[in-house]
Each structure stands twice: as C-alpha cells, then as structure tokens.
Write a protein that binds this ligand. Structure first.
Ligand code: NAI
Length: 472
C-alpha cells in the first residue's frame, strides 16, 4: 500500500496548485486525475485547461482578430480583401495551446516531485483512497491528508439533454469544426456570452435565450446596461425573460420551444449550446462512511478554511461554496496546502475578481453600487469613460468605462467595475488596491503611466471626489 502525506483528487486549477504547494512544503504528494480528452488521452488541467478558460481564450483571440479585419482595419487605413476563416486551422491552434498548457503541468509535477496518478480516485473512510488506474486495476492508497478537488460539470437541461451533435455543452462548443449558420445559446451567463460572441464573430447568427428578465444580474447595474447595449450593437440577439421548456429535434435542426412575456415561442437553430450553469462533480468520489457531508445542491460542505466534516479531508474549488472561478480554486488549494504544513493561510473571499472575456471585456471586484446601496452605507461614485482616454482612442477601443464605488465616511474602496478594453488585466490593480485596503485617495495619489488604459482607473478614482482632470 502506497503512503503519502497528501493525496489530491483532481488535477484542475484548484487541485494541481494544491499538489505543487504541498510538495514545496516538503510533503510527499500524489495527484490523481481522470480527465480524458475526446481522443481518449489523459491530461491534467481539468476543465480550465482542457475545455474551458484556455481553449475559449484561444478562440476568443482568433475570432476577435477576424472581426477586426472586417470592422476595424478600414478605419486604420488598412485595406484587406477576401479575408476568410479557416476553422480547422483555428481549432488546430487551440488544440496546440491546450496541449502545451496541460503538458506544462506534468513538467511542473516532475520538477516539484509530485507523483502523478492518472485514473479515478475515490475517498474511502480512514484516510484511504481507492485509485483505479487506466488499466482498470484498483489500488488502495493512504494519506495523512486528502484534498478533494474534483471540480464541476455542465448542468443539463432536463427537457433537452446533451447529444454532442446538435445539443452541445461548452466543451462541444469549443471544438466545432465549422461555423453553424444558426446557433442558439441557452443562458446569457458567462459561458453563453463568451461562446456566443466567438461564433457570432465568426459569422453565425446567434440568438441567446435567457430565462431572467435582468441581464447579468451579478454585475454592477451600469455595467450590465452598457454590456447589453454593446452586445446588441454587435448583432447578438439576446432575448431576456425567455425560458426554454423543450425542443423538437430533426435532421434539419433543433426547434426550441420557449415562453416569454408574449407567450409560447419557437426558434429554429442548427445547433444549440446549453449554458445554464455548472454543478459540483461528485460522481463516485465519496465511498461509504467517509463522513464527508454534501449539501442539498451537491456541494461538499466545508468551513471557511475548506475543512470538510471528516477529519483531515479538505475540499476546494468548484466542488465547494463560492464562485466557480479557477483563480478562487487555485487560492483555496494553495492555502489548504499551507495549512496542512502548519503554515498561515487565508482566502480573502471579499476580494475575488470576476472577468467576462467578451469584447469589450467586463471585470469587477468588490461590491456593486446596488449592493452598497442596499447595505445602507453612505457612498460616492466616480466614473470615467474610455472615450476620454487617449490610449483607448488610439486603440480604437473607446466603448465602456471604469466605475469606482467608495465609502463616504472613511474613503474605503468598496468596489471597482470595468467594461472596456483589457478590463481583465486592468482589474488587477483594483484587486491589489482592495487587498491592501487602499483608500480612494491612495489610488488618486498613485502615478499612472501616460498614455495607458490604466489612467481610466486613476481618473475614475479622482471622479469619485469630483476632481477628475480629463473628464468634466
Ligand atoms: P451562469 O450561472 O453564469 O449562467 C447561466 C444562465 O442560464 C443564468 O443567467 C440562468 O438564468 C440561465 N438559465 C437557466 N435555465 C434556463 C432556461 N431553462 N432557459 C433560459 N435560460 C436559463 O452559468 P454558465 O454561464 O453556464 O457558467 C457556469 C459557471 O462557470 C459559472 O459559475 C461561471 O462563473 C463559470 N465560468 C466562469 C468564466 C469566467 O470567469 N470568465 C468562464 C466560464 C465559466
């Protein structure tokens, strides 16, 4: 029987960093992962690297470049003719980037001294793990600590189950080999918007059906409003208050049935992406009598330090409460590995950035204006449009703004919201400021290089006290 200090079940963005940090802490570590690609090959990296964050960003980049040739080049005085999309080549590039990224984890494991175990891991009682290898052979392993990091899977619409052809999940949508003529997307959440934009930019007619009446309810109200305006301008047909109830499938396509304020409706598409959320993946993860409790929604119950209800069993990432974000899972994994080694560790759940990788990008950290208003705390708001930033104008990327929400009493920054060019990169400064409890004045007194997009954040902080220089 192999014995370890730490066994991590799951090698995605929460699990693999936990394994590496535990090894850095001089512990004997194994990381088990069962991810199999569609060609049957095994790979570390989980959804994020294989079928989520990384491949979607590869396609976002390609589709954005194509879009620019059509809609932006002319204004720069660059004439292009007969620009065509070659989807198989685009997909080859996406696959290469994924392979480089997942191979990178294997190298990192080797360098750190983590034992990689490819196959299925199941928690048993008494600090034991059952490992089923690629060949189906079962082996029992023991560890002083076990970290569950099995991630999440797409939620299926009961009335329209995935078939991998016409009804696809986000993974299927990343591997299409041709641009569908008519694409339906169910759910105007993060995945629906990111993937809907990709295929729209590549030429598909995209209709997004969203059950809620409000668009992006988790974002700041002004940001959601601007986002909806921009996406509609790009030709994304977003229908709010549209609840999908079923569909008729035929060789010719899928006839979606949905209801909205005007009653029953139908929509005919060639393919449909179902992106109505994800749920924790606990299939065959917990054996009899482990003592690990799961809540009514399927999440593994943990305390604020990711301890489950079983001694020395921890759980991190999409498997537990909190936002389903790779960077949140990574931080939890690293913190748990440090706590196991007796070191200090803490996740600051109040300062987790959110990014939606559309064009324009959307990013925020902290509270929205609506949340602050509801809390009753007196606040001030400063906004600065990218149209007033020289660098954004030079980039031909003037849509959007930065908005800073701060407390009136002690000047604390409560939330920063960005929609615009490179919002996902710009938010890092906001995160750092909030992590260090910076005041609005701290941001105001920080010198920002000119001409950069980051000046918009600086000016928004100044605007919170009505002292912006570059905007009235
Ligand atoms: P989501 O929860 O963001 O959005 C799902 C949407 O589907 C909701 O707005 C919901 O109202 C709608 N919906 C549900 N049932 C429906 C129905 N029958 N008809 C019409 N609309 C319906 O979930 P999504 O986009 O699938 O993403 C899953 C998770 O992955 C999220 O937690 C997200 O944060 C995470 N993710 C994060 C990314 C990022 O950080 N950039 C990228 C991709 C995913």
């Amino acid at each position: 029987m192999s014995q370890y200090d730490v066994i991590v079940i799951g090698g995605g963005p929460a699990g693999y960093p936990a394994a590496i940090r535990a090894a850095q802490n001089k512990l004997k570590v194994a990381c088990i992962d069962e991810w199999q690609n569609k060609d049957g090959s095994y790979a570390f990296g989980g959804t994020c690297l294989n079928a989520g964050c990384i491949p979607s960003k590869a396609l976002l980049e390609s589709s954005e470049l194509f879009h620019r040739t059509q809609h932006e080049f002319a204004v720069h005085g660059i004439k292009v003719a007969n620009v065509e999309v070659d989807v198989p080549t685009m997909q080859k590039r996406r696959a290469t980037i994924v392979k480089q990224s997942t191979a990178g984890i294997s190298s990192l494991f080797k360098a750190a001294g983590v034992t990689p175990l490819q196959g299925h891991g199941k928690l048993l009682s008494g600090n034991r793990v059952e490992f089923t290898g690629k060949d189906g052979k079962k082996e029992e392993l023991t560890a002083k600590h076990i970290i569950l990091a099995a991630g999440s899977i797409p939620t299926e619409l009961k009335s329209l189950p995935f078939d991998g052809e016409q009804v696809i999940d986000s993974w299927g949508a990343l591997e299409l080999q041709a641009v569908p003529k008519r694409l339906g997307v169910i759910g105007a959440g993060v995945i629906g918007l990111e993937l809907g934009s990709v295929w729209k930019r590549l030429g598909a007619e995209v209709v997004v059906l969203e059950a809620l009446d409000t668009f992006l309810p988790m974002a700041d109200g002004a940001v959601s409003k601007e986002a909806l305006k921009q996406f509609k301008k790009q030709g994304l047909d977003i229908r709010l208050g549209a609840k999908v109830s079923g569909a008729d499938k035929s060789k010719g396509g899928v006839k979606l049935k949905y209801s909205d304020a005007n009653g029953e409706q139908t929509l005919e598409v060639d393919k449909v992406i179902v992106a109505i959320g994800r749920r924790p993946y606990t299939k065959d993860l917990l054996g009899e009598g482990t003592g690990v409790e799961v809540d009514e929604r399927g999440f593994v119950k943990v305390d604020h330090e990711c301890r489950t209800s079983a001694a020395n069993v921890w759980a991190v990432g999409d498997l537990v409460r909190g936002p389903m974000l790779a960077h949140k899972g990574k931080e939890e994994g690293v913190v748990v590995a440090d706590l196991i080694a007796g070191k200090y560790g803490e996740v600051n759940y109040k300062v987790i950035p959110s990014v939606i990788y559309t064009a324009p990008e959307i990013a925020w950290v902290g509270q929205t204006e609506e949340e602050v208003k509801k809390s009753g705390r007196a606040y001030k708001v400063g906004s600065f449009p990218f149209a007033a930033a020289g660098r954004a104008r030079a980039m031909e990327a003037t849509a959007g703004f930065v908005k800073v929400v701060s407390a009136t009493d002690d000047d604390e920054i409560l939330g920063i919201h960005i929609i615009g060019p490179m919002a996902g990169e710009l938010i890092a400064e906001a995160v750092l400021a909030m992590e260090y409890s910076a005041s609005t004045e701290d941001l105001q007194r920080t010198i920002h290089a000119h001409p950069t997009l980051s000046e918009a954040l600086h000016e928004a902080a100044l605007a919170a006290d009505k002292i912006a220089i570059d905007f009235p």
